[in-house]
Design a binder for this molecule. Structure first.
Ligand code: GLY
Length: 283
């Protein structure tokens, strides 16, 4: 199948698109829970460290889009596009205040010569945070941000893959409590909504997945890559944030584990996968 990645090619990336942290993030970014004030400078330091890991430690070519003050959530680029192979679906984010984030993303993906598909149907909404690509299939979380029509359009864009929907009963997005930790390996939080969603995904799938459960839902959002000279790489939360969950990651064999702090962005529902769109561009 043209474009099919499978587990062998899973996690191979050459480029990342990221975006700066606007000052407006601190007071105006959307959030599901109020309370904790965002320390803007700390958020910017954390984000710079994240981008530094992608570029300097892992050797990806990083395209950095400038922060846009009128788009407080713009650092969370994952929601604006879903890239699989050479195809990029520019989404229609569920939150109105986030729709214009797609403009700069589309331009960046065009520059990278990807085949662009745009979600123009006004009845559709989809955030990339609800899209879990396993290498063999795609799960789309139906959440407050993503609806059935959004999932249908995604399925049309990525015809090489089976696409299944799963209800998101807690958290903002599907990937607010789960992600991939390797080919065929799910990592999932231990809350009831997280475990229920995982059960639905495993029951719907024709593939066998290993499930790694971590105590904290937010810690289950990791970035997995398989890189030349590095092998299996997992960016995950730090021991300061989630000590019990990090103990689980430390048991993974033959991994380069890269702890990355995300404490400030987490206050406005940002997770590690949210802050980059990863791309594999063949030479
Ligand atoms: N603050 C991230 C979002 O609500 O989309």
């Amino acid at each position: 199948m043209a474009g099919y990645i499978g587990w062998t090619g899973f996690g191979h990336f050459t480029h990342a698109v990221v975006r700066g942290v606007p000052a407006s993030l601190a007071r105006e970014a959307l959030r599901t829970v109020g309370g904790a004030e965002v320390d803007l400078e700390r958020a910017r330091r954390e984000h710079a460290a994240y981008v530094g890991v992608l570029r300097d430690e892992l050797g990806l070519r990083v395209v950095e889009l400038p922060a846009e003050e009128s788009l407080p959530d713009c650092v969370f680029v994952e929601d604006a596009a879903v890239v699989c192979g050479d195809t990029a679906l520019v989404t229609r984010p569920g939150a109105r205040s986030r729709r214009k984030e797609t403009e700069a993303m589309k331009a960046a993906l065009q520059q990278l010569n990807l085949n662009i598909v745009e979600m123009t149907d006004e009845s559709a909404t989809l955030d990339g945070g609800d899209v879990l690509f396993t290498g063999r299939e795609i799960f789309v979380g139906l959440s407050k941000r993503t609806n059935h029509r959004g999932a249908e359009i995604l399925a049309d864009a990525f015809k090489d893959y089976a696409v299944s929907t799963v209800p998101v009963l807690g958290g903002l997005h599907l990937k607010s409590f789960c992600s991939m930790a390797g080919p065929g390996i799910f990592v999932v939080g231990s809350s009831e909504p997280a475990q229920k969603a995982m059960k639905v995904m495993q029951e719907m799938s024709d593939h066998q997945y290993v499930k790694v459960t971590v105590p904290d839902d937010l810690a289950a959002n990791c970035v997995y890559m398989n890189l030349p000279n590095k092998g299996h790489v997992l960016l995950h939360c730090t021991s300061e944030e989630f000590p019990a969950s990090v103990k689980v990651f430390k048991k993974l064999k033959n991994y380069t584990l890269v702890p990355v702090s995300n404490a400030e962005k987490a206050k406005v529902d940002g997770a590690l996968t949210c802050c980059s769109v990863l791309i594999n561009k063949k030479a």
